[in-house]
Ligand binder design. Structure first.
Ligand SMILES: Cc1ncc(C[n+]2csc(CCOP(=O)(O)OP(=O)(O)O)c2C)c(N)n1
Length: 520
């Protein structure tokens, strides 16, 4: 058995059954090994940012790592932005990066680069495998490292000669560590804060936004009067009819400050202390009110649902459902007339199917979506965790492969879609049940707002030309059709509803270009 075969076999034995790949010469033995390990599915992605974003979507939905196969430093660099998002999402993910043969590195061949430095910028664990005899055990350790709570990127660098040298053997899976329990003392301290009667907000993040945690948090809130908020960009938020509703902390710091106004205590349950996304002249870098005390109930790697359940017990919360939980699902009426971001949100809220996985990179076109979809049947909402755009279409790829029985809805702003548009080809090749909606406002609309907020002068046509996506207009239906995804364009709310209904009903990938009023 050569090193590549040992890696592939060990991955499968450790439960890693999907590898999002964009291979090159140094990965040829790994590619060849895939034929001998049918339990490990190779999924070809035409750009590394698609592979890494797909592994993120897969890991968010399964809690298990997918592998990526990337070609030396440049391949890893192409995948870095979505690895950054995955790191922010705390997704378990195994990045396998091929490298030159060990004896070839000193020659400084054209693809030689500092892979370790690139990997270190996003990974919680990096190892260079130097002997084929270690290939199996290094792989098993990499999988265990990726699964270390709350989940992280583990990068295994695999030199070509390690992959082609015989004498390797697969290694047995390593039992991953479980999330740490939160000490009773900490739960007691938070309970005392909540009993004090002083205004408190519980900020939920990570596994604190999963169903059982939300139920416990809502019991605590009902009993103690604390308010609940969710982190601004959750990796995975279970929501919809019957699930306790929780608003997300706003993106703009002054709006977030308004949501937290009056809070004397902020209790973190799987979330980090909130900060402003950017600094702006004359604006604060934190939304926290002066004098607000921050208490950590549970770190992201802790057993957050368990801590919230214990807290609920301690504050004497009963299991009675809140009025919101009992309320029947309220869904918007299907609107008529012009297609705008607002009417599009109503259509999505009216038609979102049960069990849908929403990959949200709708950016400014998404502001009406949370309210419009709150009463839709239970679904998962995956957001752009690290602010590096180009995530949504890859994320949907991984989510659809992770959950083949669930419909996936990729809500994409047009500018963001263009970064990783080649994901559509993988949607078609794998016949994934993904409906992509492109919010075509023909602009980098958020940046027109940011231009003003940063105080930059806004009059020049050259500057404004950097923020609009016209001349030429992008034809997303042609782009999708060229990659094998059936596509249509909607110009009215009724068109959009009919096309969305059709796309959701028919298995396989679809794309709808929602032609919104231009924002440029
Ligand atoms: C990788 C990366 N490159 C650039 C940016 C800067 N950026 C932030 S938003 C944005 C444009 C977003 O436009 P679009 O996706 O069309 O959404 P809209 O603002 O129009 O809703 C850009 C370029 C970024 N966040 N990430």
């Amino acid at each position: 058995m050569n090193g590549a075969q040992a890696v592939a076999r060990t991955l499968a034995d450790c439960g890693v059954n999907t590898c999002f790949a964009n291979p090159g010469t140094s990965e040829m033995h790994f590619v060849a090994a895939l034929d001998g390990v049918p339990q490990l599915r190779g999924v070809l992605c035409l750009f590394e940012g698609v592979a890494t974003g797909a592994a993120d979507g897969y890991g968010r939905m399964t809690g298990r790592p997918a592998a990526t196969l990337l070609h030396l430093g440049p391949g890893l660099a192409n995948g870095l932005a979505n690895l950054h998002n995955a790191r922010r999402a705390r997704t378990p993910l195994l990045a396998i990066v091929g490298d030159h043969a060990t004896y070839h590195k000193r020659l400084d061949a054209p693809l030689e680069s500092d892979i370790d430095a690139l990997a270190g910028s996003v990974s919680g664990w990096v190892r260079r495998c130097v002997r084929s005899a270690d290939a199996g055990s290094d792989t098993a350790e990499a999988v265990a490292a990726a699964l270390r709570p709350p989940g992280q990127i583990a990068t295994l660098i695999l030199p070509a000669d390690v992959t082609w040298t015989d004498g390797a053997k697969p290694a047995a899976p390593i039992v991953p560590r479980s999330p740490s329990g939160v000490p009773d003392e900490m739960i007691g301290q938070v309970a005392a804060v909540l009993r004090s009667g002083e205004p408190a907000v519980i900020l939920l993040g990570g596994t604190g936004l999963r169903r059982t945690a939300l139920d416990a948090a809502s019991d605590v809130a009902r009993t103690t009067g604390a308010r609940l908020l969710a982190e601004t960009f959750p990796a995975r938020h279970e929501r919809g009819a019957g699930v306790p509703p929780v608003d997300r902390l706003a993106y703009f710091v002054e709006l977030a400050a308004g949501q937290l106004a009056g809070a004397r205590h902020l209790i973190l349950a799987g979330a980090s202390t909130p900060v402003s996304f950017f600094a702006y002249p004359g604006k604060p870098s934190t939304p926290l009110p002066a004098g607000c005390q921050v208490h950590v109930l549970a770190e992201p790697g802790d057993d957050v649902p368990g801590a919230l359940a214990s807290l609920a017990d301690l504050v004497g919360a009963g299991g009675v459902q809140s009025p919101q939980q009992q309320a029947a699902a309220v869904r918007p009426e299907l609107p008529d007339g012009e297609l705008t971001a607002q009417t599009a949100a109503s259509v999505i809220g009216a038609l979102l199917p049960e069990g849908a996985i929403v990959c949200d990179e709708s950016n400014t076109s998404g502001i009406w979506l949370p309210a419009a979809t709150a009463g839709a049947p239970p679904h998962d909402w995956l957001s752009l965790t690290g602010g590096a755009i180009g995530q949504g279409l890859p994320l949907a790829t991984g989510a659809a492969l992770a959950c083949p029985d669930r419909p996936v809805l990729a809500l994409e702003a047009d500018g963001s879609a263009m970064y990783t548009a080649s994901a559509l080809w993988t949607h078609a090749r794998e016949q994934l049940d993904i409906t992509t909606v492109i919010f075509s406002n023909r602009a980098y609309a958020i940046l027109t707002m940011e231009l003003e907020r940063t105080g930059a002068p806004t009059t020049g046509t050259t500057a404004l030309g950097m923020l609009e996506l016209s001349r030429p207009d992008i034809d997303f239906t042609a782009l999708a059709a060229g990659m094998g995804v059936p596509a249509s364009r909607a110009s009215t709310a009724a068109d959009f509803a009919a096309q969305l209904r059709h796309a959701l009903a028919e298995p396989g990938p679809h794309l709808i270009e929602a032609a919104l009023p231009p924002r440029g």
